[in-house]
Design a protein around this ligand. Sequence first.
Ligand SMILES: Cc1ncc(COP(=O)(O)O)c(C=O)c1O
Length: 404
Amino acid sequence: MYKINTNYQKLPGSYLFSTIAKKVNAYTAAHPDKQIIRLGIGDVTQPIAPAIIEAMHKAVDEMGRAETFHGYAPDLGYEFLRSAIVEHDYKTRGCDIAADEIFVSDGAKSDSANIQELFAQDNRIAVCDPVYPVYVDSNVMAGRTGTYDPATEMWSDVIYMPCTMENGFVPQLPKETPDLIYLCLPNNPTGTTITKDQLQTWVDYANRVGAVIIYDAAYEAYISEQDVAHSIYECEGAKTCAIELKSFSKNAGFTGVRLGYAVVPKELKCGDVSLHDMWARRHGTKFNGAPYIVQRAGEAVYSEAGRAQLKEQVAYYMENAGAIKNGLKEAGYTVFGGVNAPYIWLKTPENMTSWDFFDYLLENANVVGTPGAGFGPSGEGYFRLTAFGSRENTLAALARIRKL
Ligand SMILES: Cc1ncc(COP(=O)(O)O)c(C=O)c1O
């Protein structure tokens, strides 16, 4: 008789956004006349930029002719895309990353869930609290997190780094020494970030204690402040301690197109063993490449026209962020984020729990947000709204919330 991976049974409840979808579906079934505005899940709403659509059309046509048809992509991704990434995401920022240190993937969710496979089961992970749920859940599935305490909503073997109003949402170096440190900056869900100097502290710490930083930079395109690093490799010494994950979902609207990449520097070694070689081996065995059409779309993200169009798209969402942040502030809410990230993190009014506030907003304003508690115990008492809605929906949602 076969046995299952019982680690899956340790996972509490369903994935956060499935729970939210169920609640919203139940509400709409009971109130079919209500117009719900969704500012919950961090999905984009603006269409793919024209320069990218043009590149995709061209690639589709190429696939229809024998002389330009493309089958399996190279393991690490096409050279044209990896070179564009190196040129625009790294060289311009003074980061010495080579094209063969880039691993093209289908997005940062799978990379952030899969990367833990490179590490031993008894490694200790450290995560910010609140946190993007995939980091912890993927380690639960791998049996690395110990036991779950429903009372504290914490795992016995996970090191939590609370990010709250009290510490300005800046993770502090943990008291216990971790082996793997997950950092998502700018941060989902708090919408806040740290300065390059503060990030350097983490790099120095990781090198000192022999830890690896998994650096999720999915929201890098939204950075507006000068003293914030766009890549962890802007910090000295990061190539010996950090893996960087990037996504095309939020900067280019590829949530449905699917493209991302991981940077695993060749200098990142555990003794003599190269993590770059391990990831190359894993990629070669378990992944068969992002589609040619999508990689051409990714290349167009870096074209002159693509960059100009995406700058406008990012600005559009950040204007939404500004409108939500200022509007809620005027209405008396305590709000954070929205400056270097498209998320607004607000303190729930009158000490409501974050799920109570979720229900309250859904029922009274027909607006869907995300309860902070869904991202970890320190998210309790907070609530996330995304700036990824259309302008019309964003302003309508804001007006409804202000009327409460
Ligand atoms: C922090 C973070 N990492 C990764 C992802 C997923 O990115 P992708 O669409 O590239 O899988 C998200 C999506 O919301 C995210 O918030």
